[in-house]
Design a protein around this ligand. Structure first.
Ligand SMILES: Cc1ncc(COP(=O)(O)O)c(C=O)c1O
Length: 471
């Protein structure tokens, strides 16, 4: 298996394809696009070479740690009883196409879910809630959050347009924005003195606003790879900054919010609901677009069900009739994108989700998920307390409050992240994902504690400490 993998890498390097007539027939996209090997290379090697694996970005645990009558088997975490909703589905739930924009019943269910989530941990006055219900589009169903990002970026970005997103971000953003669309990322340094870097963010907005008639921003909380979530003060500051900027530049600011890890929040001082809601509330043309899905929220990675939801502004329409027309027009645009790419999303899993929501209801679903949230929170606490014990001027841990990962910065003058990961893997048998972007000031390793048993965390951290001592 290992040999086959090396041959694959060799093949990639030798670029035989480029010298064929097939390649010369490729479109610009065809020539540009590729699957970067980074994450797959390191996770593939970790599977074969590591004793302790911190590369897998999905929640795993011993079944008896999250299911009452579970066994000790190491499994992807799932909602107790989820298998029930796969049974008793009728032929009509399985065989036909789903509607292009998704089964209407599930779209309504998800809109209620989004409204419900706005109320979690927060008292919202009736006026705001009514506004949220009225001026939020009915979510459109995509094939996972990835497809949602890709569709929405296709809707907004021309080739060479800029979108602002921090230097520490999910690597697939680059594939979609640069590789697929041929657009550009205006990166800014995520943190300044362990806080969200407002200066860098503002500079990025200023630079983009000069060259473009719109400002596009892509943010993700809890963040992959750092686990960062805005503190409540940071969120207020960010909102004020956006309001000030919008008044100044007088161009629409669109904020795409990747809420893939929305429910996994482990500390009190941070925002415990999506930034979407506060942005939706603003009068200015600061337009929030929420991307979320069943993948992590309902622990159904393979279901490939995601949603796009857009916050509209009351001033855009004169009456309810116009508002309805506007919603239909937006729906039509997104449906056009879906029809011309994936045609429609998986019917079976939409039916499973409808069955789950209709049988259990939102509150019970939240309770079903709680054991997994608690388990991840315990690991989060453990890994952070262990990492605090390492005192080394060449490393620092980014602020984190949620999600599946933690990120250790390594001084690039001391050692490159890939060299560090190599030693960690070969000598200490620990697999992590190195992220190395010298142009964007990133040099560090991502640890996916979502798939590391809590009992292994002290040992992993100890081996990281030993590896630091080797350089
Ligand atoms: C930040 C972020 N957004 C989106 C996704 C993709 O979600 P999905 O599997 O639903 O496409 C991931 C998955 O790793 C992610 O880390």
């Amino acid at each position: 298996m290992f040999i086959i993998y090396l041959i694959f890498i060799d093949d990639m390097d030798s670029k035989i394809l480029e010298n064929t007539p097939l390649y010369s027939a490729f479109s610009e996209l065809g020539k540009r696009i590729s699957l970067p090997q980074g994450v797959f290379y390191w996770s593939g090697r970790a599977k074969k070479e590591a004793e302790l694996i911190g590369t897998i970005g999905a929640a795993y645990a011993h079944e008896d740690d999250f299911i009452k009558e579970g066994r000790s088997e190491w499994l992807p975490c799932y909602l107790e009883g989820i298998n029930e909703y796969f049974k008793n589905l009728k032929i009509n739930d399985l065989v036909p196409y789903a509607a292009i924009s998704g089964i209407p019943e599930l779209r309504d269910i998800w809109k209620n879910w989004i409204i419900y989530k706005s109320l979690l941990n927060k008292t919202v006055d009736k006026e705001k809630l009514d506004r949220l219900k009225k001026y939020t589009t009915t979510p459109i169903i995509t094939t996972g959050v990835t497809n949602g990002i890709s569709l929405i970026c296709s809707l907004l970005l021309n080739a060479n347009d800029y979108i602002i997103t921090p230097n520490k971000r999910w690597g697939n953003y680059d594939n979609i924005i640069k590789g697929f669309l041929g657009a550009k990322i205006k990166s800014f340094k995520y943190f300044k003195e362990q806080q969200f870097n407002f200066e860098g963010f503002e500079e990025a907005i200023d630079e983009v606003a000069v060259v473009q008639d719109k400002v596009l921003i892509l943010l993700n909380f809890p963040n992959n790879p750092t686990g960062h979530v805005l503190t409540k003060e940071e969120a207020l500051k960010l909102i004020e900054l956006l309001q000030r900027k919008q008044k100044e530049v007088k161009k629409p600011i669109l904020v795409i919010i990747d809420d893939a890890y929305e429910p996994y929040i482990y500390t009190e001082n941070v925002i415990n609901r999506s930034l979407f809601y506060d942005l939706q509330d603003l009068e200015e043309d600061i337009i929030p677009i929420k991307l979320d899905g069943a993948t992590k929220e309902l622990l159904l990675y393979g279901a490939r069900i995601g949603f796009i939801t857009i916050g509209l502004k009351p001033k855009w329409t004169k009456n309810d009739k116009e508002l309805e027309i506007l919603k239909n027009e937006i729906n039509n645009k997104l449906s056009g994108l879906i029809r011309s790419t994936i045609s429609n999303s998986n019917h079976f899993y939409q039916a499973v989700m409808i069955n789950l929501f209709n049988t259990k209801g939102i509150e019970e679903i939240l309770m079903m998920r709680e054991p997994v949230q608690n388990l991840l929170k315990e690991r989060y606490i453990k890994i952070n307390s262990e990492l605090k014990k390492i005192k080394n001027p060449n490393m620092s841990v980014d602020p984190s409050s949620g999600g599946f990962f933690t990120f250790i910065n390594i001084n690039p003058n001391h050692v490159k992240a890939s060299e560090f990961a190599e030693l960690l893997l070969t000598k200490y048998k620990v697999g992590v994902i190195p992220i190395e972007k010298p142009d964007e000031n990133v040099n560090g390793i991502r640890i996916a504690y979502c798939s590391i048993d809590i009992t292994q965390i002290p040992e992993i951290v100890n081996r990281i400490k030993l590896a630091f001592a080797d350089f």
